[in-house]
Design a protein around this ligand. Structure first.
Ligand code: NAI
Length: 331
């Protein structure tokens, strides 16, 4: 099949080429899919998208008129595609439902511990020949209460890692897995209780209309004064302005953010020469107790290989009219 791959970078291009082995004709583009760039798909039967490509109604209509039949997502999340509209235009959408929950869960712990133990500051200090420890005090995770919102594939691995630290782990999920919770000593509770009780709150639900701004001013108002919020899910799970207000008023302990509501067009790009136009992100970056990374929780060799192999297999199955029910995104 002729496939145009949007928003590609060296790391995923190499993995896709290795998985493809010449099966499909892949054209790699660095630009993101938007309404303006959709015409670049003319003459291609499939587009391959990542988390910050935007397939809204207008873009999907352009893709349809360009001759596209398949949208192959290189992600698990599909909040960036108007699935209802794709369905009405008879555009098939496939995704990579699971590639490495360990990559994201382990990164969540890495972010948490970097902020807690101030490793990023220590690293910069010693390079400046400053070997002082003042201002680097953290806390033991042992015995702390960790609240996990969403116990799907990633949330479960994260809970189990936190149990390894001997944390008390509370969880909430629309579909709780009671047997798993019992086995791993993870206690399912109501969301408000989780917010009130937790020293750390970590988000692992998909972005949907129900989870949009799941952390807003009222949720933040319930939390402990020194809570650390970790978001490796999707940016819009947190209402960023409300988070900034809480940080300014010192009502929370800190935040670790691998994702940001308005990350599209900023994350994955080198803007070091021109800076950013986003005043909200700029403000976030000024807090000493906020750690921001550029949507990299998935970025392990294992995850990239799995994403690429599943994506190529999804495209091949579609081309050969084979069963795609396990990877097709439905409404
Ligand atoms: P999953 O589908 O295995 O688990 C999601 C869980 O959330 C399910 O247990 C589901 O019941 C629960 N849930 C859904 N809606 C809910 C609601 N309204 N209230 C309470 N619980 C709800 O997904 P997985 O693989 O664990 O991934 C979670 C999210 O992590 C993805 O949707 C994606 O947005 C994000 N992600 C981020 C990455 C990164 O690089 N930062 C990489 C991969 C995923």
């Amino acid at each position: 099949m002729k496939v145009v791959v949007f928003d590609t970078h060296k790391f995923d291009r190499m993995a896709l080429e290795a998985a493809n082995q010449g099966q499909h004709e892949l054209r790699f583009l660095e630009v993101r899919l938007t309404e303006e760039t959709a015409l670049l798909a003319s003459g291609y039967e499939a587009v391959c998208l990542f988390a910050n490509d935007r397939a809204d109604e207008k873009t999907l209509r352009s893709l349809k008129s360009a001759g596209v039949k398949l949208i192959a997502l290189r992600s698990a999340g599909f909040n960036h595609v108007d699935i209802k509209c794709a369905k009405s235009l008879q555009l098939t959408v496939v995704r990579v439902p699971a590639y490495s929950p360990y990559a994201v869960a382990e990164y969540t712990v890495a972010l948490l511990q970097t902020l807690n133990r101030k490793i990023h500051k220590a690293h910069n200090r010693v390079h400046d020949m400053n070997f002082s420890l003042d201002g680097l005090v953290g806390f033991d995770l042992h015995g702390k209460t960790v609240g996990v919102v969403g116990t799907g594939k990633i949330g479960k691995v994260f809970c189990q890692i936190m149990r390894g630290y001997d944390c008390r782990v509370l969880a909430c999920d629309g579909q709780p897995d009671i047997d798993w919770g019992f086995k791993h000593n993870v206690q399912y509770v109501e969301r408000e209780f989780l917010f009130k009780e937790s020293d750390i709150v970590s988000l692992h639900v998909p972005l949907t209309p129900e989870t949009n701004h799941i952390i807003d001013a009222s949720a933040l108002g319930l939390m402990k004064k020194d809570v650390i919020i970790v978001n490796t899910g999707r940016g819009a799970l947190i209402e960023t302005q409300a988070l900034i207000s809480s940080l300014k008023e010192q009502c929370i302990g800190g935040a670790c953010l691998d994702v940001y509501e308005e990350e599209a067009g900023i994350f994955f790009s080198d803007l070091s020469e021109n800076g950013i136009n986003d005043d909200i992100l700029a403000r976030l970056l000024t807090f000493p107790n906020v750690l921001v990374t550029s949507h990299q929780a998935f970025l392990t060799r294992e995850a990239l290989k799995n994403i690429a192999e599943t994506t190529i297999s999804n495209i091949s199955k579609f081309e050969k009219n084979l069963d795609i029910s396990d990877v097709e995104v439905k409404i």
